[in-house]
Design a protein around this ligand. Structure first.
Ligand code: ATP
Ligand code: MG
Length: 405
């Protein structure tokens, strides 16, 4: 039994009216890009389906690549067998076995473009249906809402068989909803926030603040590795590294301890917004979850958010930590995120940060620091790189890091 192609269904895209064309084009681009490394594979599409023809490539790795692409509702491996009813029976039985649950129902749906074939569609439906019922216990044919529909197509080149099986990620193709700047720390939450925003079609660029020598090269490397993990959903992600040492030192020196956290966050927000403006982003995304820590009360958010009118998206705002952890495990960022490398916020964290900062006071205390000068210098020191799972830079980084240890 040979899997010859994978047929992709768009799901939510189909309901997008006029935009549908743009969405499908974007999805086609994302799929093609992801599968570029498989020389033989050809991707084609029409308004209802996308087809990935394997031309001899092994299906397994390609199935796992498709699993990471947003905008795919589900997809079906299609199997080709010789033009014989016996071969078709064997394949159908094998496919249903893979999806078997006791008491399940099924339906065979045959189409025939090769009219010279000795049986017509009714004959084939009946023969294959009977073969399955004979081969398996506790299974029955059902025309309306069967558990599994087996599609059989008799063509000149053979009989093509598929079963609806693999659920895709759903969501919308990355890049179809515009670009946002993800504030990426080395923690559990922000990578998950990035994943969820990409899932709704956003292209993200990761902005990371670090404060050497207070923060270690490993902490920076961790943020880049998290970006690499996320890049499997996007192909590649721009990583923007912003030096934050001078800002933190000045805040530590000039601002009362209990207000330093709020003012630090305002600086991060201002810088991210300026980077967004320069790079034509439309929103800022962060990993805040209401009430999780001192900076994530509504009072804090109000005081921090006051520096910009850009939409600040918080995909995790009402998600419990345990549920965030579940997603982090699912997207394989959890193990990395819990590695104990201090980030800039932990090191400079005041012992008793204000959980209900007053905006007026914040603004008064902030006068003690040189907001514009600090911002200019941080932006000057900014470094930009592209991170993708299998890029050469990434391999080089891995190597350099190994040398560091
Ligand atoms: P995370 O798990 O994402 O680190 P957290 O629960 O630890 O989040 P905070 O440390 O209060 O929360 O940070 C809140 C949000 O601020 C983060 O989710 C992230 O979006 C942003 N942030 C914090 N530190 C940094 C940093 N060093 N660089 C960029 N963004 C940061
Ligand atoms: Mg954190």
């Amino acid at each position: 039994m040979e899997i010859t192609e994978l047929m992709i269904r768009y799901g939510e895209l189909s309901t997008k009216g006029k935009n549908k064309k743009i969405f499908i084009k974007k999805l086609n681009k994302n799929v093609t890009k992801k599968l570029k490394k498989y020389d033989q594979v050809k991707v084609s599409y029409n308004r209802d389906r996308m087809h990935v023809k394997l031309h001899g490539e092994n299906a397994e790795p390609i199935i796992s690549e498709l699993n990471d692409i947003f905008g795919i509702q589900s997809f079906s491996p299609i199997v080709r067998v010789e033009k014989s009813v016996e071969e078709a029976e064997k394949a159908v039985i094998e496919l249903i076995r893979k999806n078997y649950t006791p008491g399940m129902s099924f339906k065979i749906n045959t189409r025939r473009s090769d009219h010279s074939f000795e049986y017509d569609t009714n004959d084939i439906n009946r023969m294959l249906g009977t073969a399955v019922e004979d081969a398996m216990a506790d299974i029955h044919v059902q025309m309306k809402n069967p558990t599994v529909t087996v599609r059989v197509e008799v063509r000149n080149r053979g009989i093509f068989i598929s079963v609806d099986t693999i659920q895709g990620q759903g969501g919308l193709p990355v890049g179809s909803s515009g670009k946002g700047m993800l504030m990426l720390s080395g923690g559990i939450d922000s990578p998950v926030a990035g994943y969820l925003s990409m899932k709704r079609g956003m292209e993200i660029e990761a902005v990371h603040f670090h404060s050497p020598p207070y923060t270690s090269p490993q902490a920076l490397k961790k943020a880049k590795d998290l970006t690499a993990k996320l890049s499997r959903f996007a192909g590649e992600i721009i990583f923007i590294e912003v030096p934050f040492t001078e800002i933190q030192e000045q805040i530590k020196k000039e601002v009362p301890d209990e207000y330093s956290m709020t003012i630090t966050r305002r600086m991060m927000m201002r810088l991210t917004d300026e980077i967004r403006r320069k790079r034509n982003g439309l929103a800022i995304v962060n990993g805040e979850s209401l009430g999780q820590v001192a900076s994530q009360t509504l009072e804090s958010m109000l005081a921090i958010n006051a520096v910009t009118s850009t939409p600040v998206l918080r995909p995790l705002i009402s998600t419990d930590k345990n549920d965030i952890i579940d997603i982090a495990k699912q997207i394989d960022t959890y193990e990395l995120a819990v590695q104990p490398f201090e980030d800039c916020c932990t090191i400079f964290a005041p012992t008793r940060p204000k959980t209900k900062p007053k905006l007026q006071k914040v603004e008064d205390f902030e006068k003690a620091i040189d907001v514009n000068g600090l911002m200019d210098r941080a932006l000057e020191g900014m470094k930009i790189e592209k991170i993708g799972i299998e890029t050469d830079e990434n391999k080089e980084r891995e190597k350099n890091f190994a040398d560091l240890l």
